[in-house]
Design a protein around this ligand. Sequence first.
Ligand code: NAG
Ligand code: NAG
Length: 136
Amino acid sequence: MIDLFPSKNLLKILFLLNSFIPLALSVTLFNWTILIINDSKNQALTTHCQTNGDDIGTKTLSPAEKQAFLCPVLVKQRTVASCDMTLGNLHGRFDVLDWDRDRNRCVDKACLWHVNEDGVFLLLNGQWVLQYTWPK
Ligand SMILES: *[C@@H]1O[C@H](CO)[C@@H](O)[C@H](O)[C@H]1NC(C)=O
Ligand SMILES: *[C@@H]1O[C@H](CO)[C@@H](O)[C@H](O)[C@H]1NC(C)=O
């Protein structure tokens, strides 16, 4: 009889945990900053980005303009931010944040990108390193 009480409590605790875990999994851990810089000498860059599947809209970067946005890093799912980019007649779709890939190489919770006719570059250890070329 005495044994019943602990197991009852255990069931209660398991029940509570069960109802809270799904909630906890959808929570934002923190925000990751993504900065996209138009590095072309004479062409406007148009971006159309999504964070975790949410559309954040289309933006055209005119001279010397940068686009910065936050991507919530979620507990539940793999966090990915991706953008359709158009530079003149060049067009491609690129992941600008992939949590599994980038969490250890982008510093200060930010991924900084430069885009020009040669492709899409990520700032790594103080240098712009080519990550994507434009699809032909
Ligand atoms: C992430 O950014 C959004 C929008 O700016 C803000 O409302 C939210 O509180 C931030 N979340 C965290 C965990 O910092
Ligand atoms: C960005 O786009 C404009 C064209 O709208 C271009 O003139 C400018 O030089 C580009 N690059 C930078 C770094 O601003």
